[in-house]
Write a protein that binds this ligand. Structure first.
Ligand SMILES: [Zn+2]
Length: 469
């Protein structure tokens, strides 16, 4: 019998605020253990939380980018449970009136619905070292949004693509830095399987805290197979919380899965409800960047880029912003796209950074020089990489590398003679009718002419030179 996977995700994203959500401790990652703590985030008796407005603003921004309805009167609830990383023995979260409702994203023609986005505080961290476990509360109270989908996802690939899209929106909006390796973005996956053709969901298990795209795919695939195995052997899938083990690639049972009522949620009496007005929402919307899926339409429909090229440029916000600045400056979109995806992304990878330190104006001028054949395509690459790594302007890059095409007939003739004289074997192969060796000779000429002559000229002159031999 065939089975259909049913997957829902809970994506936890740490917000890029300077301070925590209910106190003024800093949020920085990688600081000395327990150096960013105070009575509020340590849950001392009598300490009172004060809501961080910036956290609300970023959570609303996420809701607006993902097409959610913003709740006008939002409240906070206590989720009660004990664990050493949670000193208060409750987490301040939102069950009854979450900040954002509905919304969603289209993935390959299928709309994946969001149920809600709510704001909550992160817990501390347990660091296990040999025989001891160390408690680090720096993360306790860091603002977190939880993005909860409906069970609309049908495969591990779709889950990965969905998380990638969510991450891209959050990074574009300066809402979350998206660093999964640092735990800023973590995913819980609810998975069940049902017989194909059925519309009754099976019992689900939840895999907690998956922290890379690769593991999302593997954990979901393992869990689907495991559940199918249980059902095929006439067993029963039980509702439970499972852990994905990265080393073995398997999931293991942690505890039976709790329902919301197990947490005895109740409204937090220390924090007043928050009223959000139309003006508040308009002010937040005003500050939002153009969302990536809207840019995608502009790139493909107005600029005529292919979907694949548009996705490459959009994969990081700094590349998309650079591209947009160039086009705004008058650069030809296709030429700009080629240069960004080719030489500039190569430079970015080589530098290991996340910026393109070239002015939009110089970049546009370099494209124009290449379009006018004042520099060759090879010369363009040289100019871009020189500007990139030396923080130089275009004039300097062209001058230092001597890039202007001169089409000097004397120089071209000399170089061609030299190349032909240096490879008598290849020349005789060509003379014997082997046309394929031409590209070798051509390449040698291009290399020696260092962008001083156009490819078409070299091609014509080289053929002429060969015919005269
Ligand atoms: Zn604090």
């Amino acid at each position: 019998m065939g089975y259909m996977p049913v997957i829902g995700l809970e994506i936890h994203a740490e917000l890029m605020t300077r301070t925590k959500v209910f106190c003024s401790c800093e949020t920085g990652f990688g600081s000395e253990r327990n150096s960013h703590v105070c009575p509020v985030c340590l849950g001392m008796p009598g300490a009172l939380p004060v809501l961080n407005q910036k956290a609300v603003e970023l959570a609303v921004s996420a809701g607006l980018l993902l097409g959610c309805e913003i709740t006008r009167t939002t409240r906070w609830d206590r989720k009660n449970y004990f664990y050493p990383d949670l000193t208060k023995a409750y987490q301040i979260s939102q069950l009854y009136a979450p900040l954002c409702l509905g919304g969603g994203l289209e993935i390959n023609g299928r709309f994946i619905r969001l149920n809600r986005i709510h704001l909550e505080e992160d817990a501390g961290k347990l660091v296990h070292e040999r025989n001891v476990s160390i408690l680090d509360y720096n993360r306790a109270g860091v603002p977190l949004i939880e993005i909860v989908t409906e069970p609309d996802i049908r495969s591990s690939d779709e889950a990965v693509e969905f998380v990638e899209r969510i991450r891209r929106n959050l990074v574009y909006g300066d809402i979350c830095d998206g660093k999964m390796e640092q735990g800023s973005l973590r995913v819980d996956a609810n998975i069940s399987v049902m017989p194909e053709g059925s519309d009754v969901y099976g019992t689900r298990s939840e895999i907690k805290n998956i922290n890379s795209f690769r593991f999302i795919k593997r954990a979901i695939e393992f869990e689907i197979e495991r559940q199918i195995g249980v059902l095929e052997n006439k067993g029963r899938v039980i509702q439970e919380t499972r852990r994905y083990d990265e080393a073995s690639g398997e999931t293991f049972s942690m505890r039976s899965k709790e329902d919301a009522h197990d947490y005895r949620y109740f409204p937090d009496p220390d924090i007043l409800p928050l009223f959000i007005s139309d003006e508040d929402i308009a002010a937040i919307r005003e500050k939002l960047p153009e969302p990536p899926h809207i840019r995608f339409l502009r790139y493909t429909d107005s600029y005529g880029l292919s979907a694949k090229d548009a996705e490459t440029i959009l994969s990081e916000r700094f590349t998309a912003d650079f591209f947009d600045a160039a086009v705004k400056n008058g650069a030809d979109p296709k030429a700009a796209s080629n240069a960004v995806r080719g030489e500039l992304l190569r430079c970015v990878r080589e530098s290991g950074g996340n910026e393109i330190p070239i002015g939009a104006e110089d970049f546009t001028k370099a494209l124009v020089l290449a379009a006018k054949n004042a520099i060759t395509q090879e010369g363009l690459k040289t100019a871009l990489s020189y500007m990139f790594f030396n923080r130089a302007d275009l004039d300097t890059a062209v001058k230092v590398n001597n890039l202007l095409v001169s089409e000097d007939a004397g120089l071209i003739g000399t170089v061609i003679s030299e190349v032909l004289a240096a490879s008598p074997d290849i020349v005789s192969k060509y003379k014997d009718g082997n046309q394929r060796v031409f590209s070798y000779l051509f390449g040698q000429c291009v290399k020696r002419l260092k962008g001083k002559a156009l490819p078409a000229t070299i091609d014509a002159e080289l053929k002429k030179g060969l015919s005269e031999l």
